[in-house]
Each structure stands twice: as C-alpha cells, then as structure tokens.
Design a protein around this ligand. Structure first.
Ligand SMILES: [Zn+2]
Length: 264
C-alpha cells in the first residue's frame, strides 16, 4: 500500500480530480500523528472510559489513541484489559472517544485493529463503508449526544464490495449498495489499464477514493457534524487498513489542528 500520509494530498488531487467539485470551509490538515500534551500510562489507556475521562479527550487525542492502538495491534502489544471491568463501569453509561464507519469485512473490526476496549468506540459497519441517512444519524448521535470526538471512515485493502463495484456486479439488494460505490470507481482517471477486480492497483485506488468520498459525504450531508468540526469539537478522518499486515494509514483529517511527527 502506498504511504498515504506522505502522499495524501497528491492522492486526493489525483483520485478525486473531476469527480467532485466540492469545497470545504472546514479545516483540513494533511498530517498524521496527533500531538499529545503528555504521555499516557498504559494502565490509563486500558481503563474503561468514564464521563470525566471522555471530557479530557480532544479530537487530536482521540486520533492519536487510535493511531497508537493500531501500532500496538500491528506489533502484537495489545493492552491488557479487564473487559469484565469495562462492562461493569460502562454498563450504566458509555463515553466513547471515536466513531468508526467501516466495512462488514471480517478482518476490519475496529476494536481489534485499534486495540480498544468495550465502551471505547462506536462502530457503523456496512459493506463498502459508505454512509446513508441512517448511518449519518447514528454518527450524529455518537458525537452530538454521546460525546464521541472523532469520526473515522475506515476502508481496507482487498475489499469485496469495492471489487464488486469495479466489476459492476448485480445481485439482489447488493446491487443498490454497490451503486453507491460507483462514484469512487468513476473518479479514477483512465490510464489504459483494466478497470475491474483483476487489477489490484485499480481496486486499491477505488477503495481509497471511496473512503475520501465517504468523508466528504459526511461533511456535506450532515450539517450537525460539519458544525461540530468547525467548532473544533470533533474531527473527521479517512483511513485505510491493509488486511495483509493489520496496519492502518490515515488520510488527511478534517478538523484536527494540532499535529506532530514526533512521538510523545
Ligand atoms: Zn470490504
């Protein structure tokens, strides 16, 4: 997979050129590592979220928590959590830090790939990680009501839904779902190579474009979330999971203002 963090702006420009003429007045920063005010002890990271702890989480910190969690996952250094304690603490109230829209793919479970516990993340899963009004309503609930600080659209490599869209598959109710991925398919400039699922590079380009389009859909179709981004209350970011390694690379974020390349 390409290094999205370094080439994100180029990828965006190339993959979306001509597909959308959207402009955004929400801040977008093509930067990867969110800066943390201080290092957080593993014991605190592994503890269940409470209202007080959620109140201290900013969009930057939420992003960094997921970035660090994925790093732990990739290296097999997941935090030791007492999930029964998580159940006990969160049973009467949940205070997640982030919402993740991702594919139903069995390899893309957000709690696993971001090394999070019970009560840490909302998840909305649908083949091809697109949004509709129901999912947007869910995300609005998650952020505006339940206090989630970050919306992540997580696409992935080797996505069956994306391949189906590339091949223009028609089957039952899947037909209508795959139609929603066609803007991503058509956004990839023609370069003479095959535009079907046999062309791995094409499929991965479509998957990335689809993530970006979903991020745009969220900002364009949810005034509630867009306003929260403007006010700095939340951020919206796209990301791609490499299912061969478990590694997640983040695309540019909307609304994340503080960034740093060094670790804290
Ligand atoms: Zn998929």
């Amino acid at each position: 997979m390409r290094h999205l963090l370094n080439t994100a702006a180029v990828v965006l420009a190339a993959s979306l050129a001509g597909a959308c003429a959207h402009t955004h007045d929400t801040p977008r920063v093509a930067a990867p590592k969110a800066e943390l005010p201080m290092a957080v002890a593993p014991a605190e990271l592994a503890a269940p979220m409470t209202k007080e702890r959620q109140a201290r989480i900013t969009p930057d910190i939420a992003l960094r928590r997921l970035q660090d969690g994925n790093e732990r996952f990739v290296h097999g250094q997941m935090l030791k959590r007492d999930l029964r304690d998580h159940v006990k603490v969160t049973g009467h109230g949940q205070y997640p830090i982030a919402s993740v829209v991702t594919c139903i793919d069995s390899r893309s479970g957000p709690e696993l790939v971001f090394d999070q516990g019970i009560g840490d993340v909302f998840t909305a899963r649908v083949a091809g990680n697109i949004v509709n009004k129901d999912i947007l309503g869910s995300l609005e609930y998650a952020s505006a009501v339940a206090g989630s600080k970050l919306v992540v659209v997580l696409g992935h490599s080797h996505c069956g839904a994306v391949k189906g869209a590339c091949d223009n598959v028609k089957m039952g109710n899947l037909t209508g779902l795959l139609d929603k991925l066609q803007p991503a398919v058509s956004s990839i400039p023609k370069d003479g190579s095959a535009r079907d699922s046999h062309n791995h590079e094409f499929v991965e380009k479509v998957a990335e474009a689809n993530v970006e389009l979903t991020v745009r859909d969220i900002l364009d179709q949810s005034p509630v979330l867009k306003q929260m981004v403007k006010e700095g209350k939340i951020a919206v970011v796209g990301a791609m999971l490499d299912v061969e390694t478990g590694h997640v690379e983040f695309l540019p974020a909307y609304g994340v203002m503080k960034t740093a390349s060094s670790r804290h």
